[in-house]
Every structure is written in structure tokens, then in C-alpha cells.
Design a protein. Sequence first.
Length: 278
Amino acid sequence: MRPFRSSAPLALVVLFASTPFIATQRALAQAPAATPASQTTAAKPKPEDTEIWSPEPKIVTPGATAGAPPSDAIVLFDGKNLDEWVMNRDKSPADWIVANGIVTVNKQGRGNIETKRTFKNYQLHVEWRIPENITGTSQARGNSGVFLASTGPGDDGYELQVLDSYNNKTYVNGQAGSIYKQSPPLVNPNRKPGEWQTYDVAWTAPTFNSDGSLKTPAYVTVFFNGVLVQNDFELKGQTLYIGTPFYKAYTSAPIKLQAHGDKSEPISFRNIWVRELP
């Protein structure tokens, strides 16, 4: 039998023979890459994935003016009486002087006063005034203090210093706005004597283990006349006039105002309120 012979050129035979192969390869190259199964099942991220709708924050009505207590505040002094306060030494009625909407330290009285209620974490607003006719120098010039937690008699506790620090030189961790003997204020925003000053405080109380040892320290943030002077400062313990700070276990404590005992004219307070925090 005679072998088959093609009259077509060899190149043309190869071209026609390979055309389906070339077309297949081109189609594979142009086809989209296969998607892994793990990607096909994952949902496309949506804005709703990171939205929190509940629980809704409680509605609190702000004060009508700057410094006025909001609707959930406990008013500690509104200019009328000291019903929310007692003497620190024996818990008898507070004997400081209330007149014309303000309360003034009674330097002939029986010392410090403190709140009847006790607190843990809170937001505090206090307004205070150094008398215009103030005398004395350094620590003996309008000295008082706001004890953010009163842990015992006298000056036991954690003191935010009150002092005339308007052109009155003293040690910087004892001037107004300091956490006494621990942290100087970041700046000095004092107003001159005779003008009202404000403290706005966020206090996080220390916590303790069952054996009385420290679990978490106290922290405080203070705005002084609207200016930040203590920024989440971590306290080393109670504020002491002499010695190294230490922590003493407590669960909740009153807020205390100091009758310092220096010879200068007595200072005054007004518009004191507190909001309890988790």
C-alpha cells in the first residue's frame, strides 16, 4: 500500500494541528484566577460591624450655667446650710460659718469638716476664694485643702492643696493645684486674692486586696480654673507633711475640707457638688 503523502507544506500541517491547543492555552490565560474557598465564604466588612447600639448612655441634663450641678449630681453645698457636713474629729454638726451663699473656715472652731456621705470614684466641683486682704507668706497665706478621700482624723487622706499661689513663693509641690508633697501642678493658673477659683476633679480611688495590701493605686485629674494641672497622676499613697507616702486600706471615704490653722485670714468655699462614677 502506498503511504499517504500530503501536498500541503509541513509548517501548514503543524499550524492547523496546533490551533486548538493554542486557543485552549489563550482561554486559560485570560480566565480569572480561582478564588480560595476561605475567601468565598468570608463576608465583606460593613460599617455596621463596628457599631454599638446598646446599652444607651443615661441622659444627664447639664447645669444651666458653667459650674452649675448637672441633674445627677449630689449637691454638697448650695449656699444655704451645712446639712451634708460634719466635723471630722467627732462627727458633730459642722461649725463653719455660712453667710451670703458661701461657707468660711471657722478658725476659732473645731477644725476640719467632712461630708456625711462616703465616696469611691467621682467627679467633684469646688469653688474657693482667698480673701482680698490676705496676709502672710509661703504656706502661711490662705492655706487649706480639699481631701479627696478622708481616711481618718486630722489631715489623714489624699490632699489637693488650696493656697494663695498668686505671687506667693513656696515649695512647688505645696502650691495651689498640687497633690500635696507629691505632684506640683503642671502650670500656675491662680487668680489674684478676692477672686473665685475652681477645681474640677476626676478621682479614681485606690483598691485593696482582702489582706489590706494595695491592689490598684489612686489616680487624679484636676482642672484648675479650667486649666489642666494634674493629668491622671498616680498617687504614691496618702499625702504627708513629713515622711514617705503610704497606702492605708479603706472601702469608701468622705471628702474633707481643711481648717489649716495658719494665722492668715480664713478662706471661703461655695458651689460644691459631686457625681459618683463607676
